[in-house]
Design a protein around this ligand. Structure first.
Ligand SMILES: C[S@@+](CC[C@H](N)C(=O)[O-])C[C@H]1O[C@@H](n2cnc3c(N)ncnc32)[C@H](O)[C@@H]1O
Length: 434
Protein backbone atom coordinates (compact mmCIF):
# COMPACT_ATOMS: atom_id res chain seq x y z
CA UNK A 1 0.00 0.00 0.00
CA UNK A 2 1.27 3.42 -0.91
CA UNK A 3 0.66 5.32 2.33
CA UNK A 4 2.31 8.75 2.21
CA UNK A 5 0.81 11.98 3.40
CA UNK A 6 0.40 14.00 0.26
CA UNK A 7 1.38 17.56 1.09
CA UNK A 8 0.57 18.72 -2.43
CA UNK A 9 -2.86 17.20 -2.33
CA UNK A 10 -5.41 18.94 -4.54
CA UNK A 11 -8.04 17.67 -2.11
CA UNK A 12 -6.34 19.53 0.71
CA UNK A 13 -6.43 22.77 -1.28
CA UNK A 14 -10.14 22.33 -1.86
CA UNK A 15 -10.67 21.77 1.84
CA UNK A 16 -8.58 24.79 2.81
CA UNK A 17 -10.72 26.93 0.50
CA UNK A 18 -13.92 25.57 2.00
CA UNK A 19 -12.65 26.46 5.47
CA UNK A 20 -12.71 30.13 4.46
CA UNK A 21 -16.47 30.05 3.86
CA UNK A 22 -18.88 31.05 6.60
CA UNK A 23 -20.38 28.01 8.30
CA UNK A 24 -24.10 27.71 8.61
CA UNK A 25 -25.56 28.73 11.99
CA UNK A 26 -27.62 25.57 12.26
CA UNK A 27 -24.43 23.68 13.17
CA UNK A 28 -24.49 25.55 16.48
CA UNK A 29 -27.90 24.22 17.46
CA UNK A 30 -26.50 21.88 20.12
CA UNK A 31 -23.07 21.41 21.61
CA UNK A 32 -21.48 18.08 20.75
CA UNK A 33 -17.97 16.96 21.43
CA UNK A 34 -16.24 15.50 18.42
CA UNK A 35 -18.11 17.45 15.75
CA UNK A 36 -16.70 17.43 12.27
CA UNK A 37 -15.89 20.86 10.89
CA UNK A 38 -18.60 21.57 8.29
CA UNK A 39 -15.98 22.49 5.67
CA UNK A 40 -15.05 18.81 5.32
CA UNK A 41 -18.45 17.55 4.16
CA UNK A 42 -19.10 20.80 2.26
CA UNK A 43 -15.89 20.56 0.21
CA UNK A 44 -16.26 16.94 -0.80
CA UNK A 45 -20.02 16.90 -1.30
CA UNK A 46 -19.56 19.73 -3.78
CA UNK A 47 -16.58 18.10 -5.42
CA UNK A 48 -17.77 14.53 -5.75
CA UNK A 49 -21.55 14.78 -6.09
CA UNK A 50 -24.40 16.62 -7.77
CA UNK A 51 -27.71 17.98 -6.51
CA UNK A 52 -30.14 15.13 -5.88
CA UNK A 53 -27.36 12.61 -5.12
CA UNK A 54 -27.25 10.78 -1.81
CA UNK A 55 -24.66 11.28 0.92
CA UNK A 56 -24.10 8.85 3.81
CA UNK A 57 -22.53 8.84 7.25
CA UNK A 58 -22.67 5.76 9.47
CA UNK A 59 -21.41 7.76 12.49
CA UNK A 60 -23.65 10.72 11.94
CA UNK A 61 -23.32 12.17 15.47
CA UNK A 62 -24.92 15.58 15.74
CA UNK A 63 -25.62 15.62 12.00
CA UNK A 64 -22.91 17.86 10.54
CA UNK A 65 -22.79 15.88 7.29
CA UNK A 66 -26.58 15.65 7.17
CA UNK A 67 -26.95 19.44 7.52
CA UNK A 68 -24.39 20.11 4.78
CA UNK A 69 -26.07 17.55 2.51
CA UNK A 70 -29.39 19.31 3.00
CA UNK A 71 -27.92 22.79 2.44
CA UNK A 72 -26.38 21.53 -0.80
CA UNK A 73 -29.65 19.88 -1.90
CA UNK A 74 -28.45 16.29 -1.60
CA UNK A 75 -30.30 13.43 0.08
CA UNK A 76 -28.82 11.83 3.16
CA UNK A 77 -28.81 8.46 4.91
CA UNK A 78 -27.16 8.34 8.30
CA UNK A 79 -26.89 6.03 11.27
CA UNK A 80 -26.11 6.95 14.85
CA UNK A 81 -26.22 4.82 17.98
CA UNK A 82 -26.80 7.55 20.51
CA UNK A 83 -30.58 8.17 20.48
CA UNK A 84 -30.19 11.78 21.60
CA UNK A 85 -27.72 12.54 18.80
CA UNK A 86 -29.98 10.91 16.24
CA UNK A 87 -32.85 12.98 17.61
CA UNK A 88 -30.92 16.26 17.51
CA UNK A 89 -29.70 15.67 13.99
CA UNK A 90 -33.23 14.90 12.84
CA UNK A 91 -34.46 18.19 14.31
CA UNK A 92 -31.52 20.05 12.75
CA UNK A 93 -32.50 18.79 9.32
CA UNK A 94 -36.28 19.24 9.48
CA UNK A 95 -37.77 22.04 7.44
CA UNK A 96 -39.80 24.14 9.84
CA UNK A 97 -42.13 26.92 8.89
CA UNK A 98 -40.48 29.88 10.59
CA UNK A 99 -43.76 31.83 10.81
CA UNK A 100 -45.35 28.98 12.72
CA UNK A 101 -42.34 28.71 15.02
CA UNK A 102 -42.48 32.46 15.70
CA UNK A 103 -46.16 32.29 16.58
CA UNK A 104 -45.64 29.32 18.87
CA UNK A 105 -42.61 30.99 20.46
CA UNK A 106 -44.65 34.04 21.29
CA UNK A 107 -47.44 32.00 22.92
CA UNK A 108 -44.92 29.92 24.83
CA UNK A 109 -43.14 32.98 26.15
CA UNK A 110 -46.40 34.58 27.29
CA UNK A 111 -47.59 31.37 28.94
CA UNK A 112 -44.33 30.79 30.80
CA UNK A 113 -44.88 34.07 32.66
CA UNK A 114 -48.65 33.82 33.05
CA UNK A 115 -49.46 32.74 36.61
CA UNK A 116 -53.06 31.90 35.82
CA UNK A 117 -51.98 29.65 32.93
CA UNK A 118 -49.26 28.02 35.02
CA UNK A 119 -51.63 27.28 37.88
CA UNK A 120 -53.72 25.13 35.52
CA UNK A 121 -50.75 23.45 33.83
CA UNK A 122 -50.24 19.76 34.49
CA UNK A 123 -46.53 19.06 34.71
CA UNK A 124 -44.87 15.74 33.98
CA UNK A 125 -42.76 13.71 36.39
CA UNK A 126 -39.14 14.40 37.16
CA UNK A 127 -37.07 12.18 34.85
CA UNK A 128 -34.63 9.60 36.15
CA UNK A 129 -31.19 11.14 36.62
CA UNK A 130 -28.38 9.79 38.79
CA UNK A 131 -27.71 12.38 41.55
CA UNK A 132 -30.34 14.74 40.23
CA UNK A 133 -30.00 17.17 43.16
CA UNK A 134 -26.26 17.35 42.68
CA UNK A 135 -26.68 18.40 39.06
CA UNK A 136 -29.73 20.66 39.19
CA UNK A 137 -31.07 23.23 41.62
CA UNK A 138 -34.63 22.75 42.79
CA UNK A 139 -35.93 25.81 40.95
CA UNK A 140 -34.20 24.73 37.74
CA UNK A 141 -35.88 21.32 37.91
CA UNK A 142 -39.24 23.01 38.43
CA UNK A 143 -38.66 25.40 35.54
CA UNK A 144 -37.56 22.63 33.18
CA UNK A 145 -40.71 20.65 33.98
CA UNK A 146 -42.82 23.78 33.45
CA UNK A 147 -41.14 24.51 30.13
CA UNK A 148 -41.63 21.02 28.79
CA UNK A 149 -45.27 20.88 29.85
CA UNK A 150 -45.93 24.34 28.37
CA UNK A 151 -44.34 23.64 25.00
CA UNK A 152 -46.26 20.36 24.71
CA UNK A 153 -49.50 22.01 25.68
CA UNK A 154 -49.10 24.99 23.33
CA UNK A 155 -48.18 22.82 20.34
CA UNK A 156 -50.91 20.26 21.02
CA UNK A 157 -53.59 22.93 21.37
CA UNK A 158 -52.44 24.79 18.23
CA UNK A 159 -54.20 24.58 14.88
CA UNK A 160 -51.38 22.54 13.35
CA UNK A 161 -52.30 19.31 11.60
CA UNK A 162 -52.04 16.24 13.79
CA UNK A 163 -49.05 14.80 11.92
CA UNK A 164 -47.19 18.13 12.07
CA UNK A 165 -47.48 18.56 15.84
CA UNK A 166 -44.87 15.97 16.73
CA UNK A 167 -42.27 17.73 14.58
CA UNK A 168 -42.82 21.01 16.41
CA UNK A 169 -42.77 19.35 19.84
CA UNK A 170 -39.41 17.88 18.85
CA UNK A 171 -38.01 21.32 18.08
CA UNK A 172 -38.80 22.47 21.61
CA UNK A 173 -37.44 19.26 23.14
CA UNK A 174 -34.21 19.70 21.20
CA UNK A 175 -33.93 23.28 22.45
CA UNK A 176 -34.52 22.11 26.03
CA UNK A 177 -31.70 19.61 25.53
CA UNK A 178 -29.47 22.36 24.19
CA UNK A 179 -29.81 24.45 27.38
CA UNK A 180 -29.58 21.62 29.92
CA UNK A 181 -25.84 21.86 30.42
CA UNK A 182 -25.94 25.61 30.95
CA UNK A 183 -28.71 25.54 33.49
CA UNK A 184 -27.21 22.58 35.35
CA UNK A 185 -24.60 23.01 38.07
CA UNK A 186 -21.91 21.50 35.85
CA UNK A 187 -19.14 23.70 34.52
CA UNK A 188 -20.12 24.49 30.91
CA UNK A 189 -16.44 24.77 29.98
CA UNK A 190 -15.83 21.13 30.81
CA UNK A 191 -16.28 18.25 28.39
CA UNK A 192 -17.59 15.84 31.00
CA UNK A 193 -20.20 17.10 33.44
CA UNK A 194 -18.50 18.07 36.66
CA UNK A 195 -18.75 20.79 39.28
CA UNK A 196 -15.42 22.55 39.15
CA UNK A 197 -13.54 24.73 41.62
CA UNK A 198 -14.25 27.66 39.33
CA UNK A 199 -17.99 27.08 39.58
CA UNK A 200 -17.84 26.61 43.35
CA UNK A 201 -15.95 29.89 43.68
CA UNK A 202 -18.47 31.74 41.51
CA UNK A 203 -21.25 30.18 43.51
CA UNK A 204 -19.69 31.33 46.79
CA UNK A 205 -19.46 34.87 45.42
CA UNK A 206 -23.15 34.71 44.50
CA UNK A 207 -22.29 35.14 40.83
CA UNK A 208 -24.26 32.18 39.57
CA UNK A 209 -27.69 33.10 38.48
CA UNK A 210 -29.65 30.47 36.56
CA UNK A 211 -32.62 31.85 34.77
CA UNK A 212 -33.94 28.76 33.02
CA UNK A 213 -37.03 30.34 31.47
CA UNK A 214 -35.04 33.24 30.08
CA UNK A 215 -32.35 30.92 28.67
CA UNK A 216 -35.05 28.84 27.02
CA UNK A 217 -36.95 31.79 25.54
CA UNK A 218 -33.74 33.28 24.14
CA UNK A 219 -32.75 29.92 22.70
CA UNK A 220 -36.04 29.26 20.89
CA UNK A 221 -35.93 32.70 19.27
CA UNK A 222 -32.32 32.33 18.21
CA UNK A 223 -32.69 28.77 16.92
CA UNK A 224 -35.86 29.55 14.99
CA UNK A 225 -33.85 31.94 12.82
CA UNK A 226 -31.51 29.13 11.79
CA UNK A 227 -34.30 27.52 9.79
CA UNK A 228 -34.50 30.49 7.43
CA UNK A 229 -31.45 28.99 5.73
CA UNK A 230 -33.49 26.04 4.51
CA UNK A 231 -36.37 28.09 3.16
CA UNK A 232 -35.61 28.32 -0.52
CA UNK A 233 -34.06 24.91 -1.01
CA UNK A 234 -35.41 22.11 -3.15
CA UNK A 235 -36.82 19.34 -0.96
CA UNK A 236 -34.50 16.46 -0.17
CA UNK A 237 -34.85 13.21 1.69
CA UNK A 238 -32.91 13.10 4.95
CA UNK A 239 -33.02 9.86 6.92
CA UNK A 240 -31.17 9.39 10.19
CA UNK A 241 -31.48 5.94 11.67
CA UNK A 242 -30.96 5.43 15.38
CA UNK A 243 -29.07 2.17 15.04
CA UNK A 244 -25.81 0.28 15.24
CA UNK A 245 -23.59 0.68 12.17
CA UNK A 246 -21.54 -2.34 13.15
CA UNK A 247 -24.25 -4.93 13.59
CA UNK A 248 -27.29 -3.65 11.72
CA UNK A 249 -28.03 -4.76 8.16
CA UNK A 250 -28.12 -2.13 5.45
CA UNK A 251 -29.10 -4.34 2.48
CA UNK A 252 -32.12 -2.13 1.86
CA UNK A 253 -29.69 0.66 0.91
CA UNK A 254 -27.51 -1.41 -1.42
CA UNK A 255 -25.87 0.71 -4.16
CA UNK A 256 -27.70 3.85 -3.10
CA UNK A 257 -24.99 6.14 -1.74
CA UNK A 258 -22.81 8.39 -3.91
CA UNK A 259 -20.47 9.54 -1.18
CA UNK A 260 -19.76 8.85 2.47
CA UNK A 261 -18.20 11.54 4.63
CA UNK A 262 -17.51 10.34 8.13
CA UNK A 263 -15.41 10.67 11.22
CA UNK A 264 -15.47 7.43 13.14
CA UNK A 265 -14.97 7.33 16.89
CA UNK A 266 -11.38 7.10 18.06
CA UNK A 267 -10.07 4.28 20.17
CA UNK A 268 -11.07 4.86 23.82
CA UNK A 269 -10.79 8.59 23.35
CA UNK A 270 -14.06 10.31 24.01
CA UNK A 271 -16.77 8.80 26.14
CA UNK A 272 -19.48 10.37 24.08
CA UNK A 273 -22.28 9.11 26.29
CA UNK A 274 -20.75 10.61 29.39
CA UNK A 275 -20.42 14.03 27.79
CA UNK A 276 -24.18 14.05 27.18
CA UNK A 277 -25.51 12.17 30.16
CA UNK A 278 -27.48 15.04 31.69
CA UNK A 279 -29.30 15.64 28.41
CA UNK A 280 -29.85 11.90 27.82
CA UNK A 281 -31.46 11.60 31.25
CA UNK A 282 -33.46 14.75 31.01
CA UNK A 283 -34.99 13.86 27.65
CA UNK A 284 -35.68 10.36 28.97
CA UNK A 285 -33.54 8.50 26.46
CA UNK A 286 -31.93 6.71 29.38
CA UNK A 287 -34.19 5.69 32.21
CA UNK A 288 -31.80 3.71 34.40
CA UNK A 289 -28.14 3.17 35.06
CA UNK A 290 -28.34 -0.19 33.27
CA UNK A 291 -29.58 1.52 30.12
CA UNK A 292 -26.66 3.94 30.44
CA UNK A 293 -24.03 1.19 30.64
CA UNK A 294 -25.68 -0.88 27.90
CA UNK A 295 -25.45 2.06 25.53
CA UNK A 296 -21.88 2.86 26.55
CA UNK A 297 -20.85 -0.74 25.87
CA UNK A 298 -22.02 -0.86 22.26
CA UNK A 299 -20.25 2.32 21.19
CA UNK A 300 -17.39 1.67 18.79
CA UNK A 301 -14.03 2.17 20.50
CA UNK A 302 -15.49 2.32 24.00
CA UNK A 303 -13.37 1.40 26.98
CA UNK A 304 -16.18 0.11 29.17
CA UNK A 305 -15.14 -3.52 29.20
CA UNK A 306 -15.75 -5.83 32.13
CA UNK A 307 -12.93 -8.23 32.98
CA UNK A 308 -15.08 -11.23 32.18
CA UNK A 309 -15.72 -9.91 28.65
CA UNK A 310 -12.07 -9.52 27.71
CA UNK A 311 -11.04 -12.00 25.04
CA UNK A 312 -7.29 -12.13 25.42
CA UNK A 313 -6.81 -13.89 22.09
CA UNK A 314 -8.76 -11.50 19.93
CA UNK A 315 -6.91 -10.52 16.75
CA UNK A 316 -7.83 -9.21 13.30
CA UNK A 317 -7.24 -10.82 9.89
CA UNK A 318 -4.35 -8.36 9.34
CA UNK A 319 -0.74 -9.15 10.31
CA UNK A 320 0.32 -5.54 10.64
CA UNK A 321 -2.54 -4.64 12.96
CA UNK A 322 -2.01 -7.84 14.95
CA UNK A 323 1.59 -6.93 15.55
CA UNK A 324 0.42 -3.81 17.41
CA UNK A 325 -2.22 -5.73 19.30
CA UNK A 326 0.37 -8.30 20.45
CA UNK A 327 2.77 -5.55 21.45
CA UNK A 328 0.05 -3.92 23.50
CA UNK A 329 -1.07 -7.22 24.99
CA UNK A 330 2.31 -7.60 26.64
CA UNK A 331 1.67 -4.38 28.51
CA UNK A 332 -2.07 -4.38 29.00
CA UNK A 333 -4.53 -7.12 28.10
CA UNK A 334 -7.62 -4.96 28.36
CA UNK A 335 -6.35 -2.28 26.00
CA UNK A 336 -5.16 -4.88 23.51
CA UNK A 337 -8.68 -6.23 23.47
CA UNK A 338 -10.18 -2.74 23.01
CA UNK A 339 -7.93 -2.10 20.01
CA UNK A 340 -8.58 -5.52 18.44
CA UNK A 341 -12.32 -5.07 18.92
CA UNK A 342 -12.17 -1.58 17.44
CA UNK A 343 -10.64 -2.77 14.17
CA UNK A 344 -12.98 -5.77 13.96
CA UNK A 345 -15.98 -3.49 14.46
CA UNK A 346 -14.66 -0.98 11.95
CA UNK A 347 -14.21 -3.73 9.36
CA UNK A 348 -17.94 -4.44 9.62
CA UNK A 349 -18.72 -0.75 9.11
CA UNK A 350 -16.37 -0.58 6.11
CA UNK A 351 -18.19 -3.59 4.60
CA UNK A 352 -21.51 -1.84 5.20
CA UNK A 353 -20.27 1.30 3.45
CA UNK A 354 -19.06 -0.81 0.51
CA UNK A 355 -22.45 -2.44 0.20
CA UNK A 356 -24.29 0.87 0.34
CA UNK A 357 -22.05 2.73 -2.10
CA UNK A 358 -22.62 2.97 -5.81
CA UNK A 359 -19.79 1.85 -8.03
CA UNK A 360 -16.89 4.33 -7.92
CA UNK A 361 -18.55 6.02 -4.97
CA UNK A 362 -16.12 7.58 -2.51
CA UNK A 363 -15.56 7.60 1.23
CA UNK A 364 -13.95 10.59 2.91
CA UNK A 365 -12.74 9.64 6.38
CA UNK A 366 -11.42 11.98 9.02
CA UNK A 367 -9.46 10.15 11.66
CA UNK A 368 -6.30 10.58 13.67
CA UNK A 369 -3.64 8.47 15.20
CA UNK A 370 -4.19 7.33 18.77
CA UNK A 371 -1.82 6.47 21.52
CA UNK A 372 -2.81 3.64 23.76
CA UNK A 373 -0.51 3.00 26.71
CA UNK A 374 2.11 5.08 24.91
CA UNK A 375 1.94 2.85 21.85
CA UNK A 376 1.09 4.74 18.71
CA UNK A 377 -1.73 3.27 16.65
CA UNK A 378 -1.91 4.49 13.05
CA UNK A 379 -5.66 4.27 12.94
CA UNK A 380 -6.05 5.81 9.48
CA UNK A 381 -3.45 3.55 7.92
CA UNK A 382 -4.88 0.47 9.57
CA UNK A 383 -8.40 1.34 8.46
CA UNK A 384 -7.06 1.76 4.95
CA UNK A 385 -5.46 -1.71 5.05
CA UNK A 386 -8.89 -3.04 5.95
CA UNK A 387 -10.63 -0.96 3.26
CA UNK A 388 -8.25 -2.16 0.53
CA UNK A 389 -9.07 -5.72 1.47
CA UNK A 390 -12.77 -4.97 1.18
CA UNK A 391 -13.10 -3.59 -2.34
CA UNK A 392 -11.73 -0.06 -2.00
CA UNK A 393 -8.73 1.67 -3.47
CA UNK A 394 -6.87 4.54 -1.82
CA UNK A 395 -7.28 7.78 -3.70
CA UNK A 396 -5.46 10.17 -1.40
CA UNK A 397 -4.42 10.87 2.16
CA UNK A 398 -3.21 14.09 3.68
CA UNK A 399 -2.75 15.77 7.04
CA UNK A 400 -5.17 18.38 8.19
CA UNK A 401 -4.03 20.63 11.01
CA UNK A 402 -6.39 20.81 13.95
CA UNK A 403 -7.38 24.41 14.30
CA UNK A 404 -7.91 26.43 17.42
CA UNK A 405 -11.66 26.38 17.06
CA UNK A 406 -11.85 22.65 17.63
CA UNK A 407 -9.81 22.94 20.81
CA UNK A 408 -12.61 21.58 22.97
CA UNK A 409 -12.34 18.35 21.06
CA UNK A 410 -8.61 18.18 21.57
CA UNK A 411 -9.19 18.62 25.27
CA UNK A 412 -11.77 15.87 25.18
CA UNK A 413 -9.43 13.47 23.53
CA UNK A 414 -6.54 14.32 25.77
CA UNK A 415 -8.55 13.47 28.82
CA UNK A 416 -8.24 9.81 28.02
CA UNK A 417 -5.43 9.24 25.60
CA UNK A 418 -2.51 11.51 24.94
CA UNK A 419 -3.02 11.76 21.24
CA UNK A 420 -3.71 13.83 18.25
CA UNK A 421 -1.29 15.98 16.47
CA UNK A 422 -2.95 16.08 13.13
CA UNK A 423 -6.00 14.58 11.59
CA UNK A 424 -5.73 12.30 8.58
CA UNK A 425 -8.13 12.94 5.76
CA UNK A 426 -8.35 9.78 3.72
CA UNK A 427 -10.24 9.25 0.48
CA UNK A 428 -11.18 5.74 -0.66
CA UNK A 429 -13.02 4.78 -3.82
CA UNK A 430 -15.18 1.74 -4.34
CA UNK A 431 -13.49 -0.36 -7.01
CA UNK A 432 -16.31 -2.37 -8.39
CA UNK A 433 -19.36 -4.20 -7.28
CA UNK A 434 -17.91 -7.69 -6.91
C1 LIG B 1 -16.70 11.46 16.00
S1 LIG B 1 -18.40 11.27 16.31
C2 LIG B 1 -19.13 11.80 14.81
C3 LIG B 1 -19.51 13.25 14.89
C4 LIG B 1 -20.25 13.77 13.68
N1 LIG B 1 -19.47 13.73 12.49
C5 LIG B 1 -20.68 15.20 13.95
O1 LIG B 1 -20.21 16.11 13.31
O2 LIG B 1 -21.48 15.41 14.88
C6 LIG B 1 -18.61 9.54 16.24
C7 LIG B 1 -20.04 9.09 16.48
O3 LIG B 1 -20.12 7.68 16.31
C8 LIG B 1 -21.21 7.25 17.11
N2 LIG B 1 -21.14 5.78 17.25
C9 LIG B 1 -20.33 5.05 18.05
N3 LIG B 1 -20.57 3.74 17.89
C10 LIG B 1 -21.54 3.62 16.95
C11 LIG B 1 -22.22 2.51 16.34
N4 LIG B 1 -21.94 1.26 16.70
N5 LIG B 1 -23.15 2.77 15.40
C12 LIG B 1 -23.46 4.04 15.05
N6 LIG B 1 -22.86 5.13 15.60
C13 LIG B 1 -21.91 4.93 16.53
C14 LIG B 1 -21.01 8.03 18.40
O4 LIG B 1 -22.19 8.10 19.16
C15 LIG B 1 -20.57 9.40 17.87
O5 LIG B 1 -21.66 10.27 17.75
Amino acid sequence: MDWNFNNKSKYKKILDQAKEEKRSDIHSFHRYFGKLIPAIPRAYIELFTNKGDTIGDLFSGSGTVAVEAKLLERNFIGCEINPLSAFISNVKTYSYDVHILNELNEKIEQSLYDDAYLSRLKKGNIPFCVNLDHWFRKEVIEDLLTIRATTNDIVLSSKLKKNEKQKYIEFYDAVISSIIRNVSNADPRHVFPGISKRIRALEAEGKINKNTKKSFVNAIKKKTKYYLEYQNLNPTDIQIINGDSVNDKFTKYKNSIDLFVTNPPYISSVRYIETMKLELYWLEYLKSQTEYSNLAKIMVGNDKVAKKDIDDNLLTPYAEINEKIEQLREIDVKNAYIVAKYFNDMEKVIKNMHLMLKNHGKVVVKISESKVKKIKIDTGRFLTIIALNNGFKLLDVFLDEINEKSRSLTTARNTYSDIILNDNIIIWEKNSDE
